[in-house]
Design a protein around this ligand. Structure first.
Ligand code: FE2
Ligand code: FE2
Length: 178
């Protein structure tokens, strides 16, 4: 079966790998400021494109509205909370970028760590609660329909770019090898 929830789980794993890189980036602040700034700008692009444009987009445009249609309590509860988190993430990323522009790397890293902690909490709630509910709300046919909508959504932004972003992670890991 084409399972859209598995797609989201797999994307969470990729996003978590980017978070692991972000957590280690602080060691570059002392040794290689140019490398630090370059890495963080690439991470910002990754979080904006992969985590927000590809991943959050599918949750916001397809999965969450479908779940809300089934259950209004979800709409005003956990789904609302997830959508607010997505908004908060966008402003946190902006603030990391502002600190980088000012070359305030210590504050940029602090903000990056708050962002990654909040994102990990968010991913845990989706993995443990939201996605479990989705699996029980929809039958096989409905899940398959959601899967094909997900594909359309990704295709609209670009499948090639999505794969490139996934590959970029291993390049980013190289920055940390001193
Ligand atoms: Fe989310
Ligand atoms: Fe998610």
């Amino acid at each position: 079966m084409k399972d859209p929830i598995k797609v989201l789980f797999a994307e969470h794993d990729i996003i978590t790998a980017a978070i692991d890189i972000a957590k280690e980036a602080d060691k570059l602040i002392e040794t290689n400021e140019v490398g630090y700034e370059k890495l963080i700008r690439e991470l910002i692009n990754f979080f904006r494109e992969y985590a927000d444009q590809y991943h959050h987009n599918k949750e916001e445009k397809i999965l969450f509205p479908e779940m809300s249609k089934r259950n209004e309590l979800l709409e005003d509860g956990v789904i609302k909370e997830m959508l607010e988190n997505h908004e908060d993430f966008r402003s946190m990323i902006k603030s990391i970028e502002t600190f980088l522009d000012k070359k305030d790397y210590t504050k940029a890293q602090q903000q990056l760590l708050s962002y990654t902690e909040a994102l990990l909490d968010h991913i845990a709630v989706e993995n443990d609660e939201v996605f479990q509910m989705a699996e029980s709300l929809f039958d096989t046919n409905e899940l398959e329909k959601i899967y094909f909508h997900f594909e359309d959504c990704d295709r609209e932004i670009g499948m090639q770019r999505k794969m490139e972003l996934e590959k970029k992670l291993s390049e980013m890991q190289q920055y940390l090898v001193v």
